[in-house]
Design a protein around this ligand. Structure first.
Ligand code: NZQ
Ligand code: MN
Length: 400
């Protein structure tokens, strides 16, 4: 066995009403906050006002940037970084889902490096986009996140995902300086997620850990997080979806999201994330998690069909966590029970949709195949079976 495990550095404050501690936490890192949100949800729900109040209370000044859209773009990040620099901000706070958190991390990279001679374009820091990317160093401004979804795990990972609207390229990137210093997980905010967003983000959690479990290599320190997260998602996501006011279900999904972020920091995602980024990169109106859901079944079938004994065993672990089998084996029929379980689960969450239903056109398949191989090489290399372009094309067709 062989593995590498660096401890994540984020401090997580978890609990009802913890948003109140934002000001005192931020004051440890700066005095002039760049506050990053999406366009409207946090304002409508009253959390933006609360956030401003908690920053004011500690004597912090702030600039609010509310231009982040789902699947955030290089343009938005570069604009935010310019503004943060112009205002002399010294700490970046995200209040929102994965999109706001990722945009904030990326803004912290550009705003931290540019005054020291770094590029003003986030794309130049993305290693998947070029061979000679600029390094992401400790010059990155300190990052604090308040997560408003239980999905991406971004509050405890050193990663961000940014789309280049010119090419449809949507790579993930990161490095230790992009770990949030502090992350607040406040279920009061999570209770407000509507059912569809609950289902989508919950499925993203499942995706991270199920891909982590089957990914290439040994990851004994990720597996316990991943296995527990699958169990939590299978039990609590249907409850949170059907009764959004169930606090216990919301809390357990937030725990699962945190476990998944930790697992994802150690182990890698695979072909499902590689192919999905090409989908939502080309179609920004498609949510990341719906793209994952539409691709899930054909990719699992492909991996099980061509996977080795260890892969079958890992899929049977997933089936066991879903309660489909009692014992982990390397039998194909047990591995396939993870597919049946997921099919039922997607049905319960009303996520069982083909890509065409999401607006994806057959004419985009070639370009999505290229995007998968160009920007998501790392995830492809970690998939238990290494596909070629023809395999990926066939899977896209099946997922349509
Ligand atoms: O934009 P606003 O107005 O804030 O509304 C958002 C948005 O419309 C709304 N929303 C968020 N929290 C809410 C809420 N509405 C009501 N109540 C709340 N509590 O929901 C919509 C979706 O928000 P978004 O942030 O886009 O969702 P999610 O958390 O799923 O993030 C998705 C993004 O994260 C990336 C995805 O690719 C995508 O860009 N990912 C980031 C990862 C990472 N950093 O490690 C890993 C993931 O695999 C993923 O790729
Ligand atoms: Mn994801």
């Amino acid at each position: 066995m062989e593995f590498l495990h660096s401890l994540p550095k984020s401090k997580v404050l978890f609990g009802d009403g913890k948003l109140k501690q934002l000001g005192s936490e931020a004051a440890n890192y700066g005095s002039n906050v760049f506050l990053v949100t999406g366009k409207s949800s946090m304002e409508k729900l009253g959390f933006l006002d609360k956030t401003k109040k908690y920053l004011n209370r500690e004597g912090l000044s702030y600039t609010h940037f509310n231009e982040v859209t789902p699947n955030p773009t290089t343009e938005t990040v570069n604009k935010g970084a310019q503004l943060a620099l112009g205002e002399g901000c010294d700490v970046v706070v995200a209040l929102g889902g994965g999109s706001a958190m990722d945009a904030a991390k990326a803004i912290a990279v550009v705003a931290g490096h540019k005054p020291n001679g770094g590029s003003e374009d986030i794309w130049d820091y993305i290693s998947a986009a070029q061979d000679d990317s600029e390094p992401i160093t400790e010059e990155t401004l300190p990052i604090i996140t308040v997560t408003s979804t239980s999905g991406t795990g971004s509050h405890v990972t050193p990663y961000a995902v940014i789309t280049n609207p010119d090419t449809g390229g949507k790579p993930g990137f990161g490095g230790p300086p992009m770990f949030p210093e502090v992350s607040i997980v406040d279920p009061e905010i999570l209770l407000e997620m509507p059912p569809k967003l609950t289902a989508l983000t919950g499925f993203d959690v499942y995706s991270h850990v199920s891909e982590n479990i089957v990914s290439k290599g040994d990851h004994p320190t990720a597996d316990p997080y991943a296995k527990e997260a699958i169990k939590l998602v299978s039990e609590y996501l249907p409850i949170a979806y059907n009764n959004g006011d169930d606090l216990e279900a919301r809390e357990m999904m937030a725990v699962a999201d945190t476990y998944a972020g930790l697992s994802n920091t150690i182990a890698s995602t695979g072909l499902r994330h590689a192919m999905e980024h090409a989908v939502s990169g080309h179609y920004p109106e498609v949510s990341h998690a719906q793209g994952l859901a539409s691709l899930a079944i054909p990719i699992m079938e492909y991996n099980i069909e061509h996977g080795d004994k260890k892969t079958l065993e890992r899929y049977s672990k997933i089936a066991k966590q879903f309660g489909e089998i009692d014992k982990v084996t390397s039998q194909k029929e047990d591995a396939l029970k993870s597919v049946t379980a997921l099919n039922d689960f997607l049905g319960k969450l009303e996520l069982d949709k083909g890509l065409r239903e999401l607006g994806v056109e057959d004419s985009s398949i070639e370009s999505m195949v290229e995007g998968t191989f160009e920007y998501m090489k790392g995830d492809i290399e970690h998939n238990p079976v290494i596909p070629d372009r023809q395999d990926v094309k066939e899977i896209f067709k099946q997922a349509m």
